[in-house]
Write a protein that binds this ligand. Structure first.
Ligand code: SAH
Length: 451
């Protein structure tokens, strides 16, 4: 019988979906932070649940061959990157295996399915084009940084290896201004103070959009801060104030006030140009996005006479790429502002064969199908982590496109949805993982299903 507090020496045999090491004591599975497959480690049991236990790594007795020294000094404190102690090549195979395991778990036959090796990055650092940091105060000092693993405590870091150097510099500049003008961070407990979070977005040329998330519309020394931010760093092209007055842990609220510039930045994918607003989704790793989209377009194999539907289209990135090949592309997306951007992006890129609809995919797609407005030969979909609503799956099956290209950021909902599509007459033929988030457990992939 295993007990809480017990110390044991265990062999780690796997890594789970959260990046924790997995060991077994008879039938009991133990999850251990910072341990990896191949380690033999002394651990302490910290918690025992019904089906599993949790352990804390005390000492590594035999080091896994895949273990490396974390390249980031904050990795122990910061909850952002869970695989910092795992060799990059092994991260890539871990991600492929996760997809295979999820597909198997959903009872999808893989005999004639090609699951390709994960496409990784040559330089897996400084890849992010978006940073969201919390702002708080500790021992009378302002701290701007990510949350500590598993908590809402802000970690003080001097920089982040996966975000741009310019974003690091902008964080430092803003922190200095908060100190200079004695601007207080918002404190959730006392409900006092002003600044909740900052979000920085950058494009490939390192133009920055600086978003200051406040509790109310007012924050002191606004004019001075905006002036010094934009003059202090020429890369900062636009500054937006976002207001989140709700008692929640969401980074941003729904109201944006443009304080400087035009409230957008422009980025490129291939030869297409995209305007990005504070609230619109844009893939966070531009180098890998190109590989992801190229795979999706290759899998879609669109012909001149074909009609394509891009569900969960965001600002129309995949739609515009598909429109170059197909006769017509329909895009569906929940966020109204994203659809405005998509229409603007189509015009800007002189693409005339797209049509966009704002609203829930689970409502719009069935409606369009009922009105016989959509007869797609190919559906590309890229849903959020929770995957598709049942209505979307059912409508896709009844539209019956020849090809379905499923872009997914969550292999477990991908597997669930593929199973439903297979029951509706589709067959999975290939899967390509693309590493959009090196050092983290996040897995992105593209799957092709055919009727
Ligand atoms: N394909 C785009 C966006 C993918 S992210 C790109 O690569 O940039 C997923 C998108 O789905 C987000 O833009 C989100 O706003 C949208 N979304 C979330 N729930 C939705 C729903 N129920 N119906 C339609 N779109 C939704």
């Amino acid at each position: 019988m295993v007990e809480k507090g017990q110390k044991l020496t265990l062999e780690i045999t796997d890594i789970n979906y959260m990046g924790k090491g997995v060991a077994k004591i008879d039938d009991l599975v133990v999850f251990i932070d910072d341990a990896i497959e191949g380690d033999t480690a002394e651990i302490k049991i910290t918690d025992i649940k019904k089906n599993f236990a949790e352990g804390k790594l005390l000492k590594i007795i035999k080091k896994s061959e895949e273990r490396i020294n974390p390249p980031c000094e904050s990795s122990q404190k910061c909850g952002g990157c869970q695989l910092m102690h795992l060799d990059y090549g092994t991260q890539l195979s871990y991600k492929k295996n996760r997809v295979i395991n999820e597909l198997k778990r959903a009872r999808i036959a893989l005999d004639d399915v090609n699951v390709h090796d994960t496409l990784g990055m040559d330089e897996p650092f400084r890849y992010r084009n978006k940073t969201a940091f919390a702002v708080s105060k500790k021992n009378n000092e302002i701290i701007i940084g990510p949350y500590e693993q598993g908590t809402y405590n802000t970690v003080d870091i001097s920089g982040c290896m996966i975000q741009s150097k310019e974003a690091d510099e902008a964080v430092r500049l803003f922190k200095n201004l908060m100190v200079k003008y004695s601007i207080e961070p918002y404190d959730k407990k006392t409900k006092k103070g002003f600044i909740r979070n900052i979000v920085i977005r950058n494009n490939l040329q390192n133009d920055l959009m600086f978003i200051i998330v406040t509790d109310t519309e007012y924050f002191p020394k606004k004019k001075e801060v905006v002036k010094e931010l934009s003059e202090g760093m020429k890369n900062i092209k636009t500054i937006v104030q976002n207001i989140n007055s709700k008692n929640n842990n969401l980074v941003m609220g729904y109201k944006n006030i443009v304080l400087c510039g035009d409230g957008t930045i422009t980025d490129h994918i291939g030869d297409l140009e995209f305007a990005i607003s504070p609230e619109t989704f844009f893939q966070v790793n531009p180098v890998q996005t190109e590989k992801l989209y190229n795979t999706a377009i290759e899998y879609a194999d669109l012909k001149e006479e074909e009609i394509c539907c891009d569900i969960y289209c965001g600002i129309g990135t995949i739609s515009l790429l598909a429109a170059k090949k197909a006769k017509k592309v329909y895009g569906i997306e929940l966020v109204e502002k994203s659809i405005q951007n998509a229409i603007h992006n189509a015009k800007k890129n002189n693409v005339q064969n797209t049509e966009f609809f704002a609203g829930k995919a689970e409502e719009i797609l069935p409606k369009l199908h009922k009105q016989k407005s959509i007869q797609a030969d190919c559906i590309i979909l890229d849903p959020p982590r929770k995957g598709c609503e049942k209505e979307v799956i059912d409508t896709m099956i009844s539209i019956a496109p020849e090809k379905i290209v499923y872009v997914s950021c969550n292999p477990s909902t991908l597997a669930r949805d593929i199973k439903l599509l297979e029951e509706g007459g589709y067959k999975l033929s290939k899967v390509q993982c693309v590493d959009m988030f090196p050092w983290t457990v996040h897995v992105e992939c593209v799957a092709l299903l055919s009727l």
